[in-house]
Design a protein around this ligand. Structure first.
Ligand SMILES: [Zn+2]
Ligand SMILES: [Zn+2]
Length: 556
């Protein structure tokens, strides 16, 4: 055979082993192309964290080699980290008009639109980005105009499925382009497929979005005489469209509540994605003047986020809408794993306020945007990849998706389950692991960039075990304890009820300090270590707890 063809590398910076912060870097000819750069919402044990981002170390060190970012669709877990990455570097972003419209909201808020150029691509378009030949294939998902990415590389065709479902009757009739995938597969063959694993564990086919529309129409018709408030994802424009259509058919006008819903409905109207009479949309200020029975309010907060519109409504904290027993709330969504508690709490609040609540546990008012097991099998049977790598999912989803690959005939050794930080290399010899890059969580807390693992560990200890501060003053001249030890505690024991225990603790620490002083210890740091050790031992012996111990030793 002739010279080996140049290899192509894949750096997974996020999204493998978690739902969120999807970020893949593809390398060829010494150039880097990003596919998505998303964020992740924190889990409840990440105390005080607002957002989690991909690790940017690799991108920072190779910023001059980045030729652009391809955005598959406008969800936050795919474009939400761009506004942070663009603070540090500059590159163009490619995607559909809707994808870029949604991405631009956040980038604009961060004042960084000048750091990028947003380049709109059409369905089926094939274009050169640096040396990357990129084809954008339409896919159906829970946000309009999503794309799968086909890379025509020196190592053959690589297909990135994007987030997708196989819906034969989507609201906009824009179906996942299985025909083109089939043509590519039979003409060129697909060397590598990276595919969405989110619903790989769910049996059967994902239901069509249009079925949800029929149910919503029915549920809305049944609420005659009542005001209706719906909660759904702001980016789920087709859901919003179906809700608006059902409302209009039932003689209602629609108001949006929540900034993101308002922005996205406006975007959808501007882009001509939503075919509803503009006169049917009223301002939230006008709701008070209308008969409640003629109104439907489109709100956000379907995941029970504590500061969201729906949570505020449930607490009676909204300026425009006060819930009562003439209201019906429809949660047109299903909780993302981890959000069940919050959603449940919000439903309780809505019911306590007197509202009637309809959710996906009661009626089919939601359909997933991700392919289920049978859909993935269909996809695999069409693409017939030589190598298969599950992406976008918790570890269990990746493993389930890998099994689907094997079931559909990909040889087991050609199915690789990778993790965040893994580097894969596609060469003439096939696909193999080729090292690691940093892929830690980057924690965003308010305006502070990265609060780091240490801070988070401290917060976890503080939340679960509390803190014990021990203050001692030693006399430099006599090397004796001058004052203290004094103990201040929060979250360990309730101090007013534990006088004896605290006295004992002071006594125990005092002895340890005096012993150290007698043995000639003078250095403050060493004394503090001694205080920490003694206090820690006492606390653990007596209460079987491990609060944070903060020793403060002063000399006078
Ligand atoms: Zn998505
Ligand atoms: Zn996603």
């Amino acid at each position: 055979m002739s010279n080996p063809r140049p290899s192509v590398r894949f750096y997974f910076l996020g999204g493998l082993g978690e739902i969120g912060r999807n970020c893949l870097v593809v390398e060829q000819n010494n150039e880097l192309l990003l596919i998505d750069c998303g964020l992740m919402f924190p889990s409840p044990d990440m105390h005080g964290i607002d957002l989690v981002l991909p690790d940017f170390t690799f991108l920072r060190e190779n910023a001059d080699r980045i030729v652009g970012c391809v955005a598959t669709h406008g969800h936050e877990d795919h474009v939400g980290a761009l506004q942070f990455l663009l603070r540090e570097m500059s590159f163009p972003i490619y995607g559909s008009e809707v994808t870029l419209g949604l991405a631009a909201h956040r980038i604009e808020e961060a004042g960084l639109l000048n750091r990028t150029s947003l380049i709109t691509v059409a369905d089926g378009e094939r274009r050169l980005i640096g040396s990357f030949e990129v084809e954008f294939l339409p896919v159906t998902h829970s946000v309009p105009h999503a794309h799968a990415i086909v890379l025509h590389t020196s190592q053959g065709v690589v297909v990135h499925s994007g987030d997708f479902k196989i819906d034969l009757t989507p609201v906009d009739d824009r179906r996942t382009d299985l025909a083109r995938l089939g043509a590519i597969a039979s003409n060129n063959g697909v060397r590598l497929l990276l595919a969405d694993s989110t619903n790989a564990e769910e049996r059967g086919h994902a239901p069509s979005e249009r079925e949800v529309g029929a149910v919503l129409r029915q549920v809305i018709a049944e609420q005659r005489g009542r005001r209706i408030i719906t909660a759904s994802f702001a980016s789920h424009i087709h859901r919003a469209q179906q809700l608006i259509e059902a409302a209009v058919d039932n003689g209602r006008v629609v108001a949006t509540l929540g900034r993101s819903m308002q922005k996205n409905v406006r975007l959808a109207l501007d882009l001509g994605l939503m075919n509803v009479p503009r006169s049917s949309i009223i301002d939230i200020d006008e709701v008070a003047d209308r008969d409640p029975a003629d109104v439907l309010i489109l709100a956000t907060g379907s995941q029970g986020e504590p500061m969201s519109v729906l949570a505020l409504l449930a607490r009676g904290d909204n300026k425009w809408v006060k819930l009562g027993d003439n209201d019906t709330v429809i949660l047109s969504s299903t909780p993302i794993p981890g959000n069940e508690m919050n959603v449940s709490r919000v439903i309780d609040g809505l019911l306590r306020a007197g509202a009637r609540v309809v959710h996906s546990g009661i009626a089919d008012v939601h359909a997933t945007g991700h392919a289920q097991a049978e859909d993935l099998k269909t996809y695999l049977s069409i693409v017939q990849p030589e190598w298969y790598v599950p992406i976008h999912g918790e570890y269990r989803h990746l493993v389930a998706n890998a099994e689907l690959g094997v079931t559909m005939g990909v040889p087991r050794r050609q199915v690789l389950v990778a993790s965040d930080g893994d580097v894969l290399e596609l060469s003439d010899d096939g696909l193999d692991f080729a090292g690691r890059v940093p892929a830690a969580h980057l924690y965003v807390d308010g305006i502070v960039g990265d609060v780091g693992q240490g801070v988070l560990r401290d917060r976890r200890v503080l939340a679960e075990e509390g803190v014990v501060v021990v203050i001692v003053t030693v006399d430099e001249a006599t090397n004796e304890v001058l004052t203290g030890p004094e103990i201040i505690t929060r979250g360990w024991v309730y101090a007013p009820e534990a006088d004896d225990l605290l006295d004992e603790a002071c006594e125990y620490v005092a002895q340890a300090v005096e012993r150290a002083l007698r043995e000639g210890t003078r250095d403050i740091e060493t004394l503090e270590r001694e205080v920490r050790r003694a206090a820690g031992r006492f606390v653990n012996d007596r209460t079987k707890r491990r609060p944070m111990i903060v020793p403060v030793v002063m000399s006078a």
